[in-house]
Design a protein. Sequence first.
Length: 273
Amino acid sequence: MLALVAAIGLAVAVNQCSGKPILFLRWSFLRAVFGVRHMGATWQVGDGREQALAEYVCTNARRNDVGDVIRVIDDFCYHKSFLINVGDEKGQILDRAVTTANPHRLLELGTYCGYSALRIARTMPSDATLYSIEFSSANAVVARRIWDHAGIGDRIVGIVGTLGDDGATLSKLRDEFGFACSALDFVFLDHDKAEYLRDLQRIVDQGWLHQGSIVVADNVKRPGAPEYRAFMRSQEGLTWHTQEHQTHLEYQKIVKDVVFESTYIDRNESTTR
Ligand SMILES: C[S@@+](CC[C@H](N)C(=O)[O-])C[C@H]1O[C@@H](n2cnc3c(N)ncnc32)[C@H](O)[C@@H]1O
């Protein structure tokens, strides 16, 4: 046992010293894996890295330059601490989907440190607004600090809550933020994988989607959203049309992932918007 621990320790040390360390042998990645129980309860790794990211961004990224803030976050994840952002590779799939949707009103489930919201806000039209829902108030504080530094704070409405909180957040979206029938053009699902399908159903039940609304779902393969994947496949050509993007889990090129980009087919709607 001792020999195994020593061998892992040595491998991590050699890996850290190499010019291009492998993600799975980086201490920051292993720390995140060991912190998975803490992550499940609080959605923070438990070593303060989310707050450290906000500090790093404010120190190293040019103020009011969203592209530079995204670059600095990716740099932090590759070279300092691994974070569960959508990342640069899958982020490009997200960017293209936002461009295709040409949205006015967008909803994100799972803000974390605000990385995907930065990418979405950078790509969406200048008159569009992103509503980003986050379960953890501590994560919402980190994201707000980063968005304000990037100069796009006024284009994103951060909301602490979940769509499963007995209607509180759904009512807030409807009554405070004017979510109405067919008003939602784009949704990004990147929160609790077990809630993807239920939360999508809640959005559909509100009548907020319209013919051509686009829903992007991260991590369909890993950690995996099997219920959601089965649903989208069963609905292909009926109520949804889905493109399955083969890609990799964030910040490495070994473990694969799949991102679903699904377009809503509203059988009751005869014309597009
Ligand atoms: C994978 S991270 C999101 C990463 C972020 N989209 C990005 O790419 O920068 C998942 C986030 O979802 C949040 N979360 C978990 N369950 C949630 C729920 N039911 N509703 C809203 N947010 C939730 C967690 O607190 C965590 O911050």
